[in-house]
Ligand binder design. Structure first.
Ligand SMILES: Cc1ncc(COP(=O)(O)O)c(C=O)c1O
Length: 460
């Protein structure tokens, strides 16, 4: 038993009192949040006022009339209007263990009870140290990644990765990225992101070179095309290229996955030409059936830099010995709150030790059941209206109806009204995107199927 006060905090009277209060609070709930529920007419006015207030102070309305009460259970979440929705987007992929998972809540409480609210890179506490250690231990099993720099969000982790690549290959300016990539919201990540709407009005820096993503319908020829474009860029820009960044599965770009055979020739070529290989796993981390998607794809040996966030409740840039930057290049006040670092650790432990990974793990089962449900609907009642269901692990998308932007937006709102929260990805076609929590049961998937069926037929 540690002699340090902080380590004993879990047994202190403060935590006992807090837990008692929480238990009483939970007991006060009239109904358990174990399935979807309609909104409460008595709460309609106050909920509308609350939504309007958000719009008033941020200058635009919320996409959904969603304001959570803070209560949730598994994939179900309670909103201010009294409704309970099935949350299959999870704050865009943050709540991988669903809502109120006991281990995550306990860890978050432990962190909250620390005397330090926020931790940073100058004065971190033991959660920070442990998180870095665990990330490196896992990553280094199947790659040469050796260090982890913790930060607050995917965009910052990506900026750090880019700086490491650029410093190592200084003064190389160019970055190779794929078509329809998404990389975050800073000026440079908006440049890597292949969506002009996300950088409207910003100056262009012309530092990003694109190669096509994999076309499943065109198999090996598609790989050859991407490799040929990569070679053209390298022929033209030579040593002025610092890195190749890719999402192991195209995320915002449409949930299109590519096989190992697509990546290997590209990554071999990058290695040959000393271009840093950077896997942006901000969305894929913990979700694809192995901890890292580079493990699922068997491409770990090529990775120089890897960024993770979302499910980790904070973010990190992982890097090899060669990319360890000079002092001063990466820093930043915040690494995360004690609660989020502690919860991130608990989630990491649960995903790696709780039977979630591997070909027979829970993630693989959920993927098969969920895609199977969508395919069945497409073949039966929703005939042809739910096409190309697929993705990797807990990331699943399907092209609904005509795949048009307005149609998909309308479908998302219909689903919301009927009790299910999803989001879109891709462009032409726009797709219906699910970031499924790793705790859904077969019963939850059946219910999701009924809501999707009802919503698609309502619109058709
Ligand atoms: C692949 C990818 N990279 C980077 C980001 C940016 O992460 P954040 O929103 O945490 O800054 C995202 C967010 O969706 C993402 O999906």
């Amino acid at each position: 038993m540690s002699k340090l006060i902080g380590r004993q905090i879990a047994t202190s009277s403060r935590i006992q009192t807090l837990i008692q209060e929480l238990v009483q609070e939970v007991a006060r709930l009239e109904q358990p949040i174990a399935t979807v529920r309609d909104s409460d007419p008595d709460l309609a006015d106050s909920a509308r006022r609350a939504f309007e207030e958000v719009a008033k102070y941020r200058g635009r309305p919320l996409f959904y009339p969603y304001l959570g009460t803070g209560a949730g259970q598994g994939p179900y979440v309670e909103l201010e209007d009294g409704s309970v929705k099935m949350d299959l987007i999870n704050g865009i992929g943050v709540h991988i263990m669903g809502h109120s998972h006991p281990k995550v809540i306990a860890a978050s409480l432990r962190g909250s009870l620390s005397d330090v609210v926020m931790q940073g890179n100058l004065e971190p506490n033991h959660e920070y140290s442990l998180l870095g250690k665990k990330l490196v231990e896992h990553a280094s099993r199947r790659s040469r990644l050796k260090y982890a720099w913790i930060s607050t969000c995917g965009t910052v982790a990506n900026e750090n990765a880019l700086k490491m690549a650029r410093q190592k290959h200084s003064p190389a300016r160019h970055v190779i990225a794929v078509k329809n990539a998404f990389a975050g919201r800073s000026t440079m990540m908006a440049e890597i992101t292949d969506n002009p709407a996300y950088r409207a009005g910003l100056p262009e820096y012309h530092e990003v070179l694109r190669i096509p993503w994999y076309e499943a319908s065109d198999g090996a020829r598609s790989t050859e095309r991407s490799l040929a474009t990569l070679k053209e860029h390298v022929a033209k820009h030579g040593k002025d290229i610092s890195c190749f960044v890719f999402e192991p599965m195209l995320g915002e770009g449409g949930y299109r996955h590519a096989p190992r055979e697509f990546f290997v020739p590209l990554l071999e070529f990058c290695k040959e030409r000393k271009i840093a290989v950077w896997a942006d796993e901000v969305q894929t981390f913990m979700r694809t059936g192995e901890l890292f998607a580079f493990e699922t794809l068997g491409i770990g040996e090529y990775i120089d830099l890897c960024t993770v966030a979302k499910t980790l409740q904070c973010a990190a840039t992982l890097y090899t010995e060669e990319y360890n930057p000079q002092p001063g290049l990466v820093a930043g006040t915040f690494a995360g709150s004690s609660a989020s670092l502690s919860a991130g650790l608990a989630i990491l432990e649960e995903i790696t030790g709780g039977g979630y990974t591997g070909p027979d793990g829970k993630i693989s089962r959920i993927h098969k059941e969920f895609v199977g449900m969508l395919d069945r609907l497409n073949e039966t009642t929703c005939k042809g209206l739910l096409r190309e269901a697929g993705g990797m692990g807990l990331m699943v998308a399907v092209t609904p109806l005509d795949g048009g932007r307005d149609t998909v937006t309308q479908l998302l709102h219909t689903l919301f009204k009927n009790g299910l929260i999803a989001f879109s990805c891709g462009r032409d076609p726009y797709r219906l995107r699910f970031l499924i929590p790793a705790v859904v049961t077969s019963k939850d998937i059946e219910l999701a199927g009924r809501i999707i069926e009802k919503s698609v037929l309502e619109m058709a």
